[in-house]
Design a protein around this ligand. Structure first.
Ligand code: IPD
Ligand code: CA
Ligand code: CA
Ligand code: CA
Length: 257
């Protein structure tokens, strides 16, 4: 299944890449939440191909109505993760696809066709970038750790969420090396898998933002949890915390100051 999945996603990457260099129709789903005709075109293409090839799986996808679709055995699609980057010409944007069997991650692909970076993972078989095995950073000193985060779309409308974002930056920033906000949750997880960042956290992520990145990171030796340091549950937890494993407890502690 992995090979066929990658072939289809690489084809869909051509739609994303063409869109990246074209004018776009932008629609606002909410104050900060954009969508373009290319998000829809990539999603439509993937859904059509996956539903033909992988009949046993339900498909859950960001720009579709997912009501009453069972998650147990499913393919969870983010057609363009980092739409704000995509719209503004920041080449940090990707297609993210996670395949779940009995609610457990099975296969993952994150593909950035602009930089030609293909991240893949299969449960128990490791994680790879363009065929090269990925491994998390060995750094265990929090002060020397480069972290990443993201700002939820709700920070434009929900004062509690905005205050929480600011508080956590105030608490964590003085204690670490630095903090990045590159604008794609799927790629943020891949960057922890790659050893670029030691850790990453964000609130209000959706299943399609992280369905693939979770497996890529854990297969590279990293750790995922919720903000209490317990198992992260897709569709349920407000916060996701992802690290190289070495600084996990300290990041959890510093996010709860
Ligand atoms: C967003 C990106 C962003 C994150 C947001 C996500 P989208 O996904 O992953 O980095 O901060 O929380 O919603 O809307 O570009 O697919
Ligand atoms: Ca979106
Ligand atoms: Ca997303
Ligand atoms: Ca998206």
């Amino acid at each position: 299944m992995k090979k066929e999945l990658i072939e289809i996603i690489k084809e869909a990457g051509k739609i994303l890449k063409k869109g990246f260099y074209s004018n776009k129709d932008i629609t606002f789903k909410a104050k900060k939440d954009l969508v373009t005709e290319f998000d829809v075109a990539v999603e439509t293409y993937l859904k059509k191909k996956f539903s033909k090839k992988f009949k046993k799986f339900n498909i859950i996808a960001e720009e579709s109505d997912n009501a009453n679709i069972e998650f147990n055995n499913s393919i969870i699609i983010d057609p363009i993760d980092g739409t704000t980057n995509f719209v503004n010409g920041v080449p940090h944007t990707a297609i993210s696809v996670g395949v779940y069997k009995n609610k457990k991650p099975y296969l993952a692909v994150v593909y950035n066709p602009i930089l030609d970076e293909l991240y893949t993972a299969k449960i128990g078989k490791g994680a790879f970038l363009n065929g090269k095995r990925l491994k998390v950073s060995p750094e265990d000193n929090f002060q020397k750790s480069l972290l990443a985060t993201g700002f939820p779309y709700t920070s434009g409308t929900d004062e509690n969420d905005l205050n929480d974002v600011v508080k956590k930056i105030k608490d964590v920033l003085p204690l670490c090396q630095d903090l990045r906000r590159l604008g794609s949750a799927a790629l943020d997880l891949c960057y922890v898998a790659k050893g670029v960042y030691e850790g990453y956290y964000e609130m209000n992520l959706k299943a399609w933002d992280v369905s693939a990145g979770i497996l890529i990171l854990t297969e590279a030796g990293g750790k995922i949890s919720n903000i209490s340091g317990e198992e992260y549950t897709l569709f349920e937890d407000k916060y996701l915390v992802a690290t190289n494993g070495k600084i996990h407890n300290e990041l959890v502690k510093n996010l709860n100051l």
